[in-house]
Design a protein around this ligand. Sequence first.
Ligand code: G3P
Length: 216
Amino acid sequence: MKFFVDTADIADIKELADTGLLDGVTTNPSIIAKSGRDFREVTAEICGLVDGPVSAEVVALDHAGMMREAEILRKIADNVCIKVPLTIDGLKTCKKLTADGTMVNVTLCFSANQALLAAKAGATFVSPFIGRHDDNGFDGIDLISDIRLIYDNYAYETQILAASIRHGVHVLQCAKIGADVMTAPPAVIKGLFKHILTDKGIEGFMADWAKTGQSI
Ligand code: G3P
């Protein structure tokens, strides 16, 4: 499963990219606003930190406006992936951009039927929002499962990018179901490395090693 980080925080992206385990970055208008930076500048800086796709979202709601904004965004770097909302205009834009070879991430997906439409529009990625689905009394993981089944039935190449991930259990469940990608906040990804028994084990080994008086 590919790991994307859902942030525009440069320090966090650098730290995770240094592990060699980061496959891409996702942003959205709220994340860019939180960064307090110019969208062109921060997106260009992020694109220079990772080789993989960096999702940058349009804010226009109509097809013509989305195409105009996509032109600006895709000129920032070769690894920009244009993010469009799952609406009729968004999917029209997706169809047009992917026909040109541009990567597109169709976002704000909350049903398997919407994901089916995104695949038909040739999306590179579809982003079902697990956490927000759960928050509203639905099962976000069931949604990923349904999309996996449908995409496999028809061998759609659109990658399932599980988004709105809130904790490690979401990551585990996505991996078991076969989501292609998951995007999570930096803290969730960093949390995956941790286990109390790993820390305790290191502590014990270090204490015993010190007793030997040896060094490697
Ligand atoms: O970037 C899309 C998604 O990951 C947002 O997550 O936590 O704002 O629901 P969240």
